[in-house]
Design a protein. Structure first.
Length: 120
C-alpha cells in the first residue's frame, strides 16, 4: 500500500471525484470539450497531486503538491459556479457537491498547515 492511500484527504478526494463524475452526464453536449472535460480534469488533478506529493519527498515539496491540489479544487468550484449560472444543473443538485468541496478544501488546508508546522 502506498502512503497516499492511507491519507483521509486522499480518500475524500476520491469521493469528490466520484461526485463530479455523477453530475457531468447532466451537462449539455455543447459543454463536452469545455466544462465537462475541465471539471473532470481538475477533480482528477486534486487526487493525483495529493498522491504525487506524498512520495517521500521533503515537506516543502509535499506542501507544493498540496497547493496544486487546492488550486485544482478551486477550479472545480469555479466550474460549478459557471454550471449553476448557466442553469445546466439545478442549484439544489449542485449544492451538496459544492458543500463537499468546501469540506475537502478545509481538510487540505489543515493538512498543508500541519506539514508546514512539522517542518519548522
Amino acid at each position: 500500500m502506498y502512503k497516499f492511500e492511507k491519507l483521509e484527504v486522499w480518500q475524500l478526494s476520491l469521493d469528490y471525484c466520484d461526485m463530479i463524475y455523477k453530475i457531468v452526464p447532466k451537462l449539455p453536449k455543447t459543454e463536452e470539450f469545455n466544462l465537462k472535460s475541465q471539471i473532470i480534469r481538475a477533480a482528477t488533478s486534486v487526487s493525483l497531486n495529493i498522491a504525487e506529493g506524498s512520495t517521500g519527498q521533503s515537506d516543502a515539496e509535499q506542501n507544493r503538491f498540496l497547493g496544486m491540489a487546492l488550486r485544482s479544487l478551486i477550479e472545480t468550484a469555479a466550474c460549478m459556479k459557471l454550471i449553476e449560472r448557466h442553469k445546466y444543473i439545478e442549484k439544489q443538485d449542485i449544492a451538496a457537491l459544492y458543500e463537499f468541496s468546501e469540506k475537502l478544501f478545509a481538510k487540505l488546508t489543515a493538512f498543508r498547515k500541519a506539514i508546514k508546522n512539522d517542518g519548522r
